[in-house]
Design a binder for this molecule. Structure first.
Ligand code: DLL
Length: 433
């Protein structure tokens, strides 16, 4: 039987949801107009005033916000409430330029945690469950978000944070955790370590995993599900909007339901900024509908995906977003061809490798080079050069047909590529240096 955390919202009919969105949207725009001079100026520069926004259908009149705006307004420029009403900040892990800092009032934290509670419930979580949160705690939103959600559901929460892998496995075992929350790359690493320790799917009581914060393929899902004997659910979100729980997967595991009573989604063409019809692939843009401290209107996420309103067997009516392929800024352009790391990963997993790889891009004599280092699994490890050559060739061919360009593939020994405890770093692009 499907369980819901807030059924009236998760299963609302279209008309009801649209009217909730409409009402909240008008309030949110007024809140921004009145309290966020940075965005109000952007509206005025575009010749738009509050009078032009009469319903959510007028959303396309509003200007977009980008990460550059958030950096520009750092730290307080987009704050919608007095600082004394805020109770928390979180921050993105941005490696370049200023970090983005997001602010939360207590109501914002409650809304965010409820979104995470919806995700945990959709993964089968109840107050009978033991939920181990192995996302990093701190400025990163993964730990705090799922932790709060787990409390709201009433699970016994184990706040391990990430790292110390053997201790993670000890707690999973000793405290009989039934739900594991971490990045998919860390889940894969935990699975690998369990295997090494002689623990199979039947030795641990885990039943579900809630894995997100980075792009991961269907093949990787299968791999993790088989190794741990669990159902692996995707969860998506970003610090700017709250954190994890902007959208979440249900038992159908075919895309993530967006909590659209809080976040209104649009898909645009990233080059022309034109809004695209339902089902088209493009950049995901979100408008928060009821945030207080850090309201964002038409925020460009850079994530590439598409939306679907196909009926879902779980009974939820919330619009779904398909797995993001990765960010448009993760997309590599190699000799003029668009390449997403997730495409390379799909080729590897299809040929029986684990997701332990590194992509190295460089420019030699004005030509881009693409080198992929792929770790052999212990079972396939060999010093037979003919066999290694055959395997490398099969990967080169697989990548050629997936990407349309030739990559150089080097097979490396098991365990030679550093494992990730949070978001995996898959790409080294030496062209930028
Ligand atoms: O990664 C929040 C989060 C924590 C989501 C835990 C899920 C679980 P940021 O660090 O701000 O926040 O990074 C946000 O990560 O724009 C996407 O590019 C990517 N991302 C997040 N979830 C997914 C996912 C958190 N399920 C950025 N699939 C987003 C693909 C994801 N990409």
């Amino acid at each position: 039987m499907e369980r819901y955390f807030q059924k009236e919202m998760e299963c609302a009919d279209r008309e009801t949801m649209r009217s909730i969105q409409n009402e909240k949207f008008l309030k949110q725009v007024k809140h921004v107009w009145d309290n966020v001079p940075y965005y109000r100026k952007k509206m005025e520069d575009k010749g738009v005033t509050l009078d032009d926004i009469k319903s959510i259908d007028d959303i396309s009149k509003l200007p977009f916000l980008s990460k550059a705006d958030l950096r520009d307004a750092y730290p307080y420029g987009l704050l919608g409430t007095p600082l004394k009403d805020c109770v928390r900040i979180h921050s993105t892990s941005g490696t370049t330029g200023k970090r983005v800092v997001a602010f939360y009032t207590q109501n914002d934290v409650d809304m965010w945690e409820e979104c995470c509670a919806r995700a945990i419930t959709a993964a089968g979580g109840t107050d009978e469950d033991v939920c181990q949160v192995s996302y990093g705690y701190g400025l990163f939103t993964g730990g705090a978000g799922l932790h709060g959600g787990s409390h709201k559901v009433g699970c016994l929460t184990i706040p391990t944070s990430s790292g110390n892998t053997d201790r993670q496995i000890m707690f999973l075992n000793d405290l009989q955790a039934t739900i594991l929350c971490c990045t998919p790359s860390y889940a894969a690493y935990l699975g690998e370590r369990m295997k090494e320790m002689g623990l199979g799917p039947d030795d641990i009581p885990l039943k579900a995993g809630i894995f997100g914060a980075e792009a991961w393929s269907e093949e990787m899902r299968q791999d993790i599900q088989n190794t741990m004997g669990i159902k692996a659910y995707d969860i998506y979100g970003l610090t700017e909007l709250s954190g994890p729980g902007v959208s979440f997967e249900c038992s159908e595991q075919s895309g993530m339901h967006i909590n659209e009573d809080h976040f209104y989604a649009e898909i645009i063409d990233p080059d022309t900024e034109e809004v695209l019809p339902l089902g088209s692939e493009g950049e995901l843009v979100f408008t928060s509908l009821d945030k207080e401290a850090f309201p964002l209107l038409r925020y460009r996420t850079r994530d590439i995906c598409c939306l679907s309103r196909e009926k879902c067997s779980c009974g939820r009516t919330l619009v779904k977003m398909m797995k993001p392929k990765g960010r448009s800024d993760d997309m590599l352009i190699i000799r003029g061809v668009n390449v997403f790391p997730s495409q390379i990963e799909a080729v590897l997993l299809n040929q029986g490798y684990a997701a332990n790889y590194q992509i190295i891009v460089d420019r030699v004599n004005n030509t881009d080079t693409l080198d992929v280092h792929v770790e052999m699994t212990p079972e396939m490890f060999t010093d037979n050069l003919g066999e290694i050559d055959r395997r490398q060739k099969a990967l080169v061919d697989g990548m050629k047909s997936m990407l349309g360009i030739k990559a150089k593939v080097t097979l490396v020994a098991p365990k030679s590529i550093t494992r990730s405890e949070g978001k995996a770093v898959r790409v080294i692009d030496n062209r930028k240096i």
